[in-house]
Design a protein around this ligand. Structure first.
Ligand code: ACM
Length: 258
């Protein structure tokens, strides 16, 4: 099944959500996609110094940002996965929403990174997948990639595409995500940001990878850009790496317990 998968790599201005959203939409307007993946905290910026600052940017999963993304989704016939600081009662989560027309679902980042631990609560949604135009899509956020269990759980739940909003600062994820795709035989779309924010440099290199671990596209390290690739999502259903070896059927979970 042909599916146009896209990543947006932006350079958000800290705390300037309307401007950042507009810049992403302008990049997306230039190409058609069935699913766009945007970075973690793509509208707010990332490097919060206080909880108050993070709380000021946070929205509920049905807030104004969700409404704007839904309007874009309806207008352009595309789904969107995008990271945002989520307010839920007294808690803040590092979340990503999957918006598909008027529908949405939220994933809360499971494995928090660095200073996020000061302000955000570890996610409680677990990993889920949703069908987008016939393709099963799962979501994980940035540092989740370092835990193979995240991508494996999504793949076991049927994900054919892993949407991976990110704000990467360490160097390993672009190469590491090739392995996450290969070992699970899934497509992955990592959308990272660029720029320097309060001394933190983001590495860009947003990319999409095939179930063979092959790089389909990788953007540069320092410029905003967007890319779309047409994938055959059905290839992610084949977990065989040899006629006699199926990556999922051959698992031995009984021997994996500590
Ligand atoms: C990260 O999880 N934002 C590195």
């Amino acid at each position: 099944m042909e599916f146009r998968l896209g990543v947006v790599q932006n350079s958000p201005k800290f705390l300037k959500a309307p401007q950042n959203l507009k810049a992403c939409f302008e990049l997306m307007d230039k190409q058609d996609a069935d699913l766009w993946v945007l970075p973690e905290f793509f509208a707010s910026g990332y490097n919060f110094k206080t909880r108050k600052e993070a709380a000021k940017c946070a929205e509920t999963a049905n807030g104004p940002l969700a409404a704007l993304l839904k309007a874009y989704s309806v207008r352009n016939g595309c789904a969107i996965v995008a990271g945002f600081p989520e307010k839920a009662g007294a808690k803040l989560y590092n979340s990503a929403m999957l918006v598909d027309g008027a529908k949405s679902r939220t994933y809360r980042k499971t494995h928090l990174f660095g200073g996020e631990k000061k302000f955000f609560t570890p996610g409680d949604t677990g990993f889920w997948t949703e069908k987008v135009k016939g393709v099963q899509v799962g979501v994980m956020v940035c540092f989740d990639w370092f835990f193979p269990e995240a991508a494996r759980t999504l793949a076991l739940k049927g994900a054919e595409v892993i949407a991976h909003p990110s704000n990467l600062v360490l160097p390993w994820a672009p190469e590491g995500m090739k392995i996450r795709s290969l070992e699970n035989r899934v497509f992955s779309a990592t959308a990272n940001r660029v720029g320097v924010e309060r001394g933190l440099r983001y590495i860009g290199q947003s990319q999409m990878v095939s179930p063979n671990g092959t790089l389909l596209v990788r953007l540069g390290p320092d410029q905003p850009a967007a890319a779309v690739v047409t994938i055959d999502a059905w290839t992610a259903k084949n977990k065989k790496v040899h006629p006699a070896c199926d990556l999922f059927d051959d698992r031995r979970p009984a021997l994996y317990a500590r």
